[in-house]
Design a protein around this ligand. Sequence first.
Ligand code: SF4
Length: 237
Amino acid sequence: MLKKTRSAVAVPTLRPPLPVAPTLKRLGVAIRSMELPAIEKIAEELMGDAFQVLISTMLSAQTKDPVTLAASLRLFAVAADPAALARLPLARIETLIYPVSFYRNKAVHLKETARILVKDFGGQVPTTMEALLTLPGVGRKTANLTLIVACRSQDNICVDTHVHRIANRFGWVRTRTPEQTERALYEVAPRRWWATINLHLVTWGQHVCKPVFPQCGRCILNGTCPKLGVVREGRVA
Ligand code: SF4
């Protein structure tokens, strides 16, 4: 097993940006043996149920994957559809989803979202970005991931902190916010990769290209990656 020590100072490189399609293709192979991110795992277990993908994605904001997964399964065991969730008392939702980050705010958003789905959308999750963004607590990241994972959309790119960070490290984009990264990626990434960028970069970001101390020494891209913005690499022994 690889033993991680603290860190090594990274030497700044002047390498060109990594090519987008070949890099995503390589990562697609490399992540096959890695654990799936929480939302993909939930979608796989729950047969891609759109409501449950939406709710799990809302729960996942600033929350670790195992916590999101456990909270989602506890909640869906009691309320598997919008009508059931809308009926649950707020305090019960809070108890079921604790300890996800901001669980009190999220409980309010979940209950209200469920109510709106029942009242305005016939109990179904809408399938357009515009409609999804009308739901409380739903931003572009949640809407894009719901469209990709639950609706099988090939027209969206979902950018979270992993995608934002790694796309900048690769030199694909030079951006300050995930929203800017999403816009820039539509320009530089071939369309056939849009829907899978999130899965590939989130998985890579959780296992190898970590936010702090990326594991460059065990990375298949070491040697070609420009590592833009990397200040210190994790050291592997
Ligand atoms: S771990 Fe290092 S070499 Fe690998 S993609 Fe991240 S920054 Fe590049």
